[in-house]
Ligand binder design. Structure first.
Ligand code: NAD
Length: 298
């Protein structure tokens, strides 16, 4: 049993923290949203009034925040969390942020003898709840060995992507591909339905054919085709379009830094920005379906 501080109890963080509780750890959490703290406390965790308070005496800190600015705001600066942690504390930074930002936090942590890993995840809210996330880890292999028991309590696949920041590079590559196949899937479904096909029948045909992909397999964007996915509950919950847009922006920054050509990623970002302009940023990212159909049920 370890004493764990968990910062950021949103769509992903709360179910991850609940899995650490189930594994027998003492979990103290902090989030800006009171309802999330109440849910943690109801499950046997402890609600703190600040990140500093949550981290007092913690052997392990896990953070799951929206973006780079939140992570830098939490850890860096004269009153940042790194100043309040004992040397030897293990920090698992699981948010999806810019690789450069992750490297900045790594450098500051290492100056203070804090063992930090960038460990962004894939698998969505369902994977977070089921404890089957994939972790893409950047940082020292020795720190990863120490982190593995905790990561295994929240996930199934743990990859060492490489040195500091490499987990974030892997994550932005993955999410660029995810956005592209979600957009392609939504476009193909709308094309088929407009030509008289049933969305469920077409989905099954493509899933079993060479167009098969994760969006068709696990996360169908057409309402009612698949039970339990955001598309079948008004695109609520899940992975917000504004977060996907952020990740596509990170992929473009990564491309810029090495002069990579990423036309699909660039188009995906432009399409996600359209959704944000339509006020759909807080809906699940599969709401891209609505870019391709006038049918209000989709
Ligand atoms: P979310 O917005 O639901 O959760 C983020 C939480 O952080 C919120 O509850 C917010 O109140 C809290 N927060 C913000 N600033 C804070 C601060 N200073 N101190 C404490 N709490 C603070 O987002 P999410 O969907 O849980 O995503 C979290 C991260 O995981 C993002 O980087 C996202 O890109 C990534 N991610 C999400 C998914 C998904 O399917 N939702 C999948 C993989 C990765």
């Amino acid at each position: 049993m370890s004493r764990i501080a968990f910062i950021g109890l949103g769509n992903m963080g709360l179910p991850m923290a609940l899995n650490l509780l189930k594994a027998g750890h003492q979990v103290t959490g902090f989030d800006l949203v009171a309802a999330s703290l109440e849910q943690l406390a109801a499950a046997g965790g402890v609600a703190a009034t600040s990140a500093q308070q949550a981290a007092q005496g913690a052997e392990v800190v896990v953070s799951m925040l929206p973006a780079s600015s939140h992570v830098e705001g939490l850890y860096l600066g004269s009153d940042g969390l790194l100043q309040h942690l004992a040397a030897g504390t293990l920090v698992l930074e699981c948010s999806t942020i810019a690789p450069d930002s992750a490297r900045k936090v790594h450098a500051a942590a290492s100056e203070r003898g804090i063992e930090l890993l960038d460990a962004p995840v894939s698998g969505g809210t369902a994977g977070a709840a089921a404890g089957t996330l994939t972790f893409m880890v950047g940082g020292d292999a020795k720190h990863l060995e120490r982190a593995k028991p905790f990561l295994q309590q929240m996930g199934k696949n743990i990859f060492h992507a490489g040195p500091d920041g490499a987990g974030q590079v892997a994550k932005v590559c993955n999410n660029q591909l995810l956005a592209v196949h979600m957009l392609g899937t939504a476009e193909a479904l709308a094309l088929g339905v407009a030509n008289g096909l049933d969305a469920s029948v077409l989905s099954e045909i493509m899933r079993q054919s060479s167009g098969g992909n994760w969006s068709l397999e696990k996360y169908n964007p057409w309402p009612g085709v698949m039970e339990g996915v955001p598309a079948s509950r008004g695109y609520s919950g899940g992975f917000m379009a504004q977060l996907m847009s952020k990740d596509l922006g990170l992929a473009q920054q990564a491309a810029q830094s090495v002069n990579a050509s990423t036309p699909m990623g660039s188009l995906a970002l432009a399409l996600y920005r359209q959704l944000l302009l339509q006020g759909k940023g807080q809906l699940d990212f599969s709401v891209v379906q609505q870019l391709f159909t006038a049918d209000k049920s989709a």
